[in-house]
Design a protein around this ligand. Structure first.
Ligand SMILES: [Zn+2]
Length: 374
């Protein structure tokens, strides 16, 4: 299934959270307890009972060239038009539950988009991602939510590959957002994208910051760009070249997201790096138990007012104080994304090289700091 990796949205990267998906092997014996629940309360989709839906499923499986390991069910939920794939861990049989409203609302092609999207959550093993609700650290929660939104963008890409129809994919998004059918909606996509531009000019939506799903406007924009890539054209063997490659549109999507959300996540990440960097540097300076006038000046130059406060705190209190500050700031930093941890480690290494003092002692302090991050 690795051939889907190239379509993955760049920010959909669980490695940043220390998750190695390759470590999770599919279990031989699958947990079937949920299956019996579903069988007693929902209708299993089959050729005999729901021929048209069943055909859409087959079309998706064929288009994506995957094995049909899934059990599809339909359940009555007339209020919410959604699909779910909540039990898609490698330890349970993959179920995809479609609501009746979803089936009523969508055309065959639109349904193929949604089915492809749900199948993608299983292919990419998104269910193994951390749950933001279990996390108390604010920064980590923000990063997890960002990952969860990125996962939706990846799943949408497989959705559009599954249905092969940009308009159908966009229409599905609009229908699912509004809950309305063709009877009312006029699909003038530029009008919806004007709504996106409007949000971007107003700027910063806190609601988006704390949301598990990206705004439907971002998703539509991301789909339009994806349909313009070389990779998309290659998948459909159009023999045409795209306007972009995926790496380029990943950048564009990040920019759009940032316009909507603001710099909150980056700022929060940066503050944690800065705090740990300052206490870590001070620890390195003091590795030889000396803190010369020159070193103090250098330290102040690098960290400004915070450095002055740190120096006065160290002077008037016991030396355990420094260790406490190091411990708490590094505990916080240990919950950062891998990239940010590596950034911090590189910065500390540079400080260790630049400052004077016993090489072995500096190295010991540096290693202790790195250990705190793991
Ligand atoms: Zn989804």
């Amino acid at each position: 299934m690795d051939h889907f990796d190239k379509y993955k949205f760049k920010s959909d990267n669980p490695n940043e959270f220390g998750i190695d998906l390759k470590k999770f092997k599919k279990n031989e014996i699958l947990d079937e307890s949920h299956l019996s629940n579903l069988l007693s309360h929902s209708i299993r989709i089959s050729e005999d009972i729901l021929p048209s839906v069943s055909q859409s499923i087959d079309a998706v499986i064929e288009k994506l060239e995957i094995k049909n390991e899934f059990d599809f069910f339909v359940t009555s939920d007339n209020y919410q038009a959604n699909a779910s794939c909540s039990l898609m861990s490698p330890f349970s049989k993959p179920f995809i539950i479609l609501t009746s409203k979803l089936i009523e609302l969508l055309s065959e092609k639109e349904l193929e988009f949604v089915i492809g999207h749900e199948v993608a959550h299983y292919i990419y093993q998104h269910s193994l991602y951390p749950n933001h609700q279990n996390e108390e650290n604010r920064n980590l929660r923000l990063n997890i939510l960002n990952l969860s939104r990125a996962a939706e963008i990846s799943a949408d890409r497989i959705g559009i590959l599954a249905c092969g129809d940009l308009e159908a994919a966009l229409r599905a998004n609009i229908k699912l957002t509004s809950g309305l059918s063709d009877k009312y909606l006029n699909f003038k996509f530029s009008a919806y994208l004007d709504q996106l531009r409007e949000i971007e000019t107003i700027g910063k939506s806190n609601n988006q910051l704390w949301s598990t799903h990206p705004s439907f406007l971002i998703r539509m924009q991301a789909l339009i760009w994806f349909s313009m890539t070389n990779e998309f054209n290659e998948f459909f063997k159009t023999k045409k070249k795209g306007t972009y490659n995926i790496a380029e549109i990943d950048e564009k999507i990040e920019n759009s997201k940032q316009k909507m959300i603001g710099n909150e996540i980056e700022t929060s990440n940066q503050e944690i790096i800065n705090r740990a960097f300052m206490w870590g540097s001070l620890n390195l300076y003091l590795s030889d138990k000396k803190f010369t006038k020159y070193e103090q000046e250098e330290f102040k130059k690098a960290f400004g007012d915070d450095a002055k406060k740190a120096i006065s705190l160290i002077k008037i209190t016991d030396k355990n104080m420094l260790q406490k500050k190091v411990d708490s700031s590094f505990l916080e930093a240990s919950k950062m994304l891998k990239t940010n941890k590596n950034k911090l480690i590189d910065k500390l290494k540079r400080v260790a090289e630049e400052i004077s003092g016993d090489v072995r002692k500096k190295k010991n302090v540096l290693n202790d700091l790195i250990k705190l991050l793991k």
